[in-house]
Design a protein around this ligand. Structure first.
Ligand code: ZN
Length: 372
C-alpha cells in the first residue's frame, strides 16, 4: 500500500521549565513524537513515514527509530510551509494517499487510522472532527454573540488526502492556511468529515505528564519498647506498661506513614525535614510533624489516594485499636476512613519484636497530583 504518513514536527514550542521542545519530551513513557511514528508503522497502512522537523532539532532525535521507512526533512517557517515542503518531497515516491499529522497529537488510535483509510476509498479528503460540548460565543465588533454549538466542528489530525489532489491544491494555493483541509474548503471542494477521538487532543497544557499521575511511597520504622515511656501508635495513646523510646514521642506508625507520604511526593525523608539532633524536636508529638508534612504536600497539589499499613508487634493487640487509629490518621491526613487500611501482624514470639522489646511499622501511601 503506497501511502505516506507525514508528521509535522517543526514547531518550536518549549515546555514550561523544560529545555526540550514539546514533541521531543517524554510523554506517557516515550518521546511524544515516537507515539505517532510507532502507531503509523504498527498500522501497516503506510509504506513510508515522513518526519518534518525544525533544522535545530536534529540533536533531539537521537533515540528515534532509524529505518528505511522513515525519512527526515527540514520544515519551513510556518506549518503551511512545512506541509508544502513535505508534499513536494513525497512526490518522488508516487504515493496514492498522504496522511498529514501533528506531532503534538500522540493519542490517536490505530483504529482511527483504519477508519480514515477506509473512507479515502470514496473520498479525496477525509478529516476527523469532534463536536464541542461547551457553549460557544464569539466577539463581533466588540459585542459577544452566541454561536450554535451544533454547527461547530473542531478538526483534528491526521488529515488524509489523495496525493495528486492535495499536491495540485498545494501548488495552486498562495495563502497560508492553518490546516490542509482549509485548502479543500477554500477550493469549494468536499471534505468528508468522520468522527474523531476525544483522546486525540493537542497536547498544549504544561506539566501534562504530572496530571493525574499516581505515585507510591514506602515507609518503615522500628522503635524499642522500654518501661517508663509513653506508647503512641498512629497518634493514639496506648495503655501499656512499656512505651517507645525515641527522640520525639517515638510513634513508629506516624514516622513510617510520614516517610511513605514524603516518598510518594519525591520529598526525601522525615529526618531531612525534622533533624533528630535538633532540640526543638525533642519529645515533640509526631502528630505535629505529620500535620506539617500534610500542609506542605497540599501546597504542592498532592492528594492522598490510600494508605496501607502493617503494624508488626506482639503488643498491643491491634484489633482493639484499629478503628481509633484509623480515625486519628484520617483526621490528620484529611482523608476518609475508607482510604486507610491497617493490618496487625505478630512475629510468632520470634526475635526482639516477639519478645515485646520492639515494634515495627510499614506503610505504603499512594498519591495523586492535580492541576490548579
Ligand atoms: Zn521513628
Amino acid at each position: 500500500m503506497n501511502n505516506i504518513f507525514i508528521i509535522l514536527s517543526a514547531g518550536k514550542s518549549i515546555r514550561f521549565k523544560g529545555k526540550l521542545p514539546k514533541q521531543y519530551s517524554i510523554y506517557n513513557g516515550q518521546m511524544m513524537l515516537d507515539h505517532s511514528i510507532n502507531k503509523a508503522i504498527k498500522s501497516k497502512l503506510f509504506s513510508r513515514v515522513l518526519l518534518v522537523i525544525n533544522r535545530n532539532h536534529l540533536k533531539f532525535m537521537k533515540s528515534t527509530k532509524k529505518t528505511k521507512f522513515i525519512d527526515v526533512i527540514y520544515g519551513g517557517k510556518t506549518r503551511a510551509d512545512s506541509s508544502r515542503l513535505a508534499i513536494k518531497y513525497a512526490k518522488k515516491f508516487k504515493p496514492k494517499n498522504v496522511f498529514i499529522h501533528d506531532a503534538a497529537r500522540p493519542n490517536f488510535s490505530i483504529n482511527l487510522l483504519k477508519r480514515l483509510n477506509k473512507s479515502l476509498i470514496k473520498n479525496k479528503c477525509v478529516v476527523p472532527y469532534i463536536q464541542i460540548h461547551d457553549s460557544a460565543k464569539y466577539l463581533d465588533n466588540k459585542v459577544v454573540k452566541n454561536l450554535d454549538r451544533n454547527k461547530l466542528y473542531l478538526t483534528q489530525t491526521p488529515q488524509c488526502f489523495n496525493f495528486n489532489y492535495i499536491n495540485y491544491l498545494t501548488k495552486k494555493n498562495r495563502y497560508s492556511v492553518t490546516d490542509e483541509c482549509s485548502l479543500v474548503l477554500n477550493n469549494k471542494d468536499k471534505v468528508k468529515f468522520i468522527k474523531g477521538e476525544l483522546n486525540n487532543e493537542k497536547i498544549t497544557i504544561h506539566k501534562k505528564d504530572n496530571l493525574n499521575k499516581i505515585t507510591y511511597g514506602i515507609g518503615f520504622d522500628v522503635h524499642r519498647l522500654v518501661p517508663g515511656r509513653k506508647f503512641y501508635l498512629g497518634g493514639v495513646l496506648i495503655k501499656s506498661k512499656v512505651g517507645t523510646l525515641g527522640h520525639s514521642d517515638g510513634d513508629p506508625l506516624l514516622h513510617a506513614l510520614t516517610d511513605s507520604i514524603l516518598g510518594a511526593c519525591g520529598m526525601k525523608d522525615i529526618g531531612s525535614h525534622f533533624p533528630d539532633n535538633k532540640k526543638i524536636f525533642k519529645n515533640i508529638r509526631s502528630t505535629i510533624l505529620l500535620r506539617k508534612i500534610i500542609k506542605k504536600i497540599k501546597n504542592e497539589n498532592f492528594l492522598i489516594n490510600n494508605i496501607d499499613i502493617n503494624i508488626i508487634t506482639q503488643t498491643p493487640n491491634i484489633k482493639k485499636y484499629r478503628s481509633i487509629i484509623i480515625k486519628s490518621i484520617s483526621n490528620m491526613c484529611m482523608v476518609s476512613r475508607s482510604q486507610i487500611n491497617i493490618k496487625g501482624k505478630t512475629t510468632e514470639k520470634l526475635g526482639v519484636i516477639g519478645k515485646k522489646k520492639a515494634i515495627a511499622c510499614e506503610v505504603i501511601t499512594s498519591i495523586k497530583k492535580y492541576e490548579n
